[in-house]
Ligand binder design. Structure first.
Ligand code: AP5
Ligand code: ZN
Length: 214
């Protein structure tokens, strides 16, 4: 299966991806996670991406298309993948089509995590992540067993630098202006499925599993 998870910040893409990846033996490719790792490691890519990310703006199409093209060659991605947070401009969607054409492949389904903007601030400001694994928690909706500590490793949790109400406004603005046209692009192609992302996480998982398996 080759899937795209698309939706605004806090819609649950990164929460559902690990569950669905395990269930269907896919790899999880998150441009956000890859970019944050590059920023933390201060690689040339990270240095270029940091400013836009801190402001909640999109980084350039060329940078993300390059990392995705490379990531898709990973051996464990050959059976299929979940693209989380990519494509989010129409240019990226067109480049993705080219990348897949070269590989004789295509996207099976695009899952649109549909949710009202008004619930996203609470989700974003309450999120805590375990940086090395990408696991995320929420102080209210998915609390860790011990506050501030990862359940599996006992390592400390951190908050993302862009997870505050101010930067969220820019991220949402980018979503509506630049990513909504991508949703329209896939709707026209006919492989878009809307997921009711306001439900509880386990309910969303059920819907996603059903959509992916049919
Ligand atoms: P990215 O990392 O992709 O961030 P985002 O799109 O803003 O998405 P989030 O990670 O915030 O949302 P999510 O849907 O994964 O939410 P989650 O499941 O964790 O991108 C970051 C930046 O990188 C961008 O701003 C940009 O600069 C750059 N970038 C990345 N990709 C790019 C691209 N393709 N092109 C250009 N630039 C790019 O959930 C959030 C919280 O809610 C968690 O705490 C979770 O526990 C909780 N939660 C989840 N589901 C539920 C539920 N059903 N009920 C209650 N709580 C829930
Ligand atoms: Zn995410």
């Amino acid at each position: 299966k080759r899937l795209v998870f698309i939706g605004p910040p806090g819609s649950g893409k990164g929460t559902q991806s690990p569950v669905i990846k395990d269930e269907f033996c896919l790899c999880h490719l998150s441009t956000g996670d890859m970019l944050r790792a590059a920023v933390a490691a201060k690689t040339p890519l990270g240095v270029k991406a940091k400013e836009a990310m801190d402001k909640g703006e999109l980084v350039s199409d060329d940078l993300v298309v390059g990392i995705m093209d490379e990531a898709m060659n990973r051996p464990k991605c050959q059976k299929g993948f979940i693209l989380d947070g990519f494509p989010r401009t129409v240019t990226q969607a067109e480049k993705l089509d080219e990348m897949l054409n070269r590989r004789g492949a295509q996207i099976d389904k695009v899952l649109n995590f549909a949710i009202d903007d008004s619930v996203l601030e609470e989700r974003i400001t309450g999120r805590w992540i375990h940086p090395s694994s990408g696991r995320s928690y929420h102080t209210k909706f998915a609390p860790p067993k011990v506050p501030g500590v990862d359940d599996l490793t006992g390592e400390p949790l951190i908050q993302r630098k862009d997870d505050n109400a101010d930067v969220l406004r820019s991220r949402l603005d980018a979503f509506h202006k630049q990513t909504q046209p991508v949703i329209d692009y896939y709707a026209k192609k006919g492989n878009l499925v809307n997921i009711p992302a306001e439900k509880a996480p386990e309910e969303v998982t059920k819907v996603v599993k059903k959509v992916v398996s049919t």
